[in-house]
Design a protein around this ligand. Structure first.
Ligand code: TNX
Length: 553
């Protein structure tokens, strides 16, 4: 019996943060010669310090997402052959972050960069329990000729500070082979902390299944831009993607295919734990979603008793929505919901559990309300906070529930008002407007991948809105943050994920992180354009949106 695809278990963890995609990793003779030349040039430059005609270091504020404050001042810092990375605190997490930074810097600089203890020089990572200004995720980065010091109250802040530091070096620092220096950072101070606590991205692993290695690759990319939530859409009509011991056929049968009839797949519990662990090591919390009571054909096909008529439908490989529903009156439905949520909650260390609730077009309204109210209680019983798509506000959200708003410019006033009114009763909001934040919408009429039901979403359109002012009538303070969903009806691999996510994902990340006062399309598009060579160095084949002034590669 074939349990699951070998694709997900064959993955070897990438040795460094983001690898070049398979198709771009072929080594051609000119490329080989090119890198040999570079190695020679780097060898000649090594140890000789910054060359006389070295380009000026990147301005401190030229990072995405924009920092709260960047004050230039003094002479730059430069990494040399003798540089050490210093962990200034007795903290295994700080040590791990230092090792991750070394993993980025060593291949491209060609320096040993040992990770060691305290000292006044080098790249210093310092945890300061009294650094209240940094909060849970912020940091301060100070650069002068003697050292670059990142200080934070929490390890998450150190990690985010390290992402900023990566962007202050030349883009080629992200390459896997030795590059020419100098490796300088402008002098001065960056102070930084996020605007919102919830900064997410969603990956739909149901419509097409993505291997653990593909999910890890996306996690690395999200971490670069300081996102802190990975929402996994683990079930839908086309596939059930997580092993549930008490209902094994959900995965072994319901996970057997995907849109277009491909082989599908699912995560074993060990696979899922590995994703959670990897995400946590990049300071992302996994938010698992089981979509209920609609979007459930894969479950209904796996267990006949879940259907009102007791007949299992066939597996589904098309792209329609709204045709499936759990059987609300049947008792067994709630055994199923309880088992699935219990097992998933036990696997998930994070706060949230997402129960879907969207497009339940085949569930009568009263049934929907009754069902969602029961399902919310189950999530609470297993110690998690409910997130649901914003239709959940049509039921009775329990206090502290999070509604994920995915409306768009044509969403009716009544629907918007229903969501806004719920915030007066304590519902919190994560904003994913489909015509702004949906990464699966086409950029324009020529985009090959993606869908267009919410219209085309240009890079500017996805960036140019204010989460705090987006939903009329929402209680101030009810917005927890933003999330960029990526539905995968048309996407089958990492290269396709990246064509849609880049360059729009950094813009959503900036809306979640940067102060509203930094919001300015013209300034942003220049900073984004400077990310081009960096994305290329990471092996990300981003969409060259014509509205962005891309820096020369
Ligand atoms: C709507 S947005 C859906 C998904 C589709 C997506 C495609 C939402 C909560 N439901 O089922 O995959 O559109 O863009």
């Amino acid at each position: 019996m074939r349990l699951h695809r070998t694709r997900q278990s064959s993955s070897v963890p990438p040795p460094r943060s983001v690898r070049t995609p398979r198709r771009a990793r072929r080594i051609t003779l000119p490329r080989l010669l090119g890198s040999l030349l570079l190695v020679t040039a780097a060898g000649a430059a090594a140890g000789s310090g910054p060359a006389a005609a070295a380009p000026a270091p990147r301005p401190l504020g030229q990072v995405v997402p924009a920092p709260v404050e960047a004050k230039p001042g003094g002479s730059p810092y430069a990494i040399t052959a003798g540089t050490r990375i210093r962990v200034e605190s007795e903290s295994r997490e700080a040590r791990r972050i230092a090792d991750q930074l070394a993993g980025v810097l060593r291949p491209s600089t060609g320096y040993a960069l040992p990770v060691t203890g305290r000292g006044s020089d080098g790249i210093r990572l310092r945890l300061d329990p009294h650094d209240d200004a940094s909060g849970a995720e912020g940091y301060t980065l100070r650069s002068n000729p003697g050292s670059v010091t990142i200080t934070a109250r929490e390890p998450a802040g150190l990690f985010h500070g390290v992402q900023t530091l990566r962007q202050l070096f030349p883009a080629r620092v992200e390459r896997n082979s030795r590059q020419e220096g100098p490796w300088t950072v402008a002098g001065g101070t960056v102070r930084d902390a996020p605007r919102y606590a919830y900064r997410g991205a969603m990956l739909d692993v149901s419509r097409h299944f993505f291997s653990v290695a593909e999910v890890k690759r996306y996690i690395d990319q999200l971490a670069l831009y300081k996102l802190n939530k990975l929402h996994l859409h683990l079930s839908d009509d086309q596939g059930w993607r997580i092993a549930i011991d008490s209902w094994p056929r959900l995965a072994t049968y319901g996970g057997r295919t995907e849109v277009g009839g491909g082989p599908g797949g699912y995560y074993t519990k060990a696979d899922y734990r590995e994703i959670v662990r990897y995400a946590a090591s990049r300071y992302l919390e996994v938010v698992p979603e089981i979509d209920l009571p609609g979007h459930t054909n894969a479950a209904l096909a796996s267990y006949a008793e879940l259907n009102c008529d007791g007949v299992a439908p066939p597996l589904y490989t098309g792209t329609n929505v709204g045709f499936s529903s759990l059987c609300v009156p049947k008792a067994v439905t709630y055994d199923f919901v309880d088992d699935v949520i219990r097992e998933l909650a036990a696997l998930t260390p994070g706060t949230y559990l997402h129960i879907g609730g969207d497009e339940a077009h085949s569930t009568a309204h009263d049934d929907y309300v009754a069902f969602m109210n029961k399902a919310q209680a189950v999530v609470g019983r297993y110690g998690k906070t409910v997130i649901g798509w914003h239709q959940l506000t049509g039921a009775t959200p329990v206090g502290g529930t999070v509604a994920q708003y995915w409306g768009y410019d044509r969403t009716g006033a009544d629907e918007r008002k229903q969501v806004a009114d719920a915030t007066a009763r304590g519902t919190k909001l994560v904003l994913s407007p489909a015509d702004r934040g949906y990464l699966d919408m086409k950029y324009d009429k020529d985009t090959e991948l993606g869908l267009s039901w919410a219209g085309y979403v240009s890079v500017r359109r996805s960036y140019d809105w204010d989460p705090a002012a987006y939903l009329d009538g929402a209680r101030p303070g009810s917005v927890l943050g933003v999330e960029a969903p990526l539905w995968s009806e048309t996407l089958t691999n990492s290269a396709e994920i990246e064509q849609m996510a880049f360059p729009r994902l950094p813009g959503i990340a900036e809306l979640g992180w940067s102060p509203a006062s930094t919001h300015d399309w013209d300034a942003y598009k220049a900073r984004l354009g400077a990310q081009g060579p960096r994305l290329s160095a990471l092996g990300i084949d981003y969409y060259r949106a014509p509205e962005v002034p891309w820096a020369a590669e």
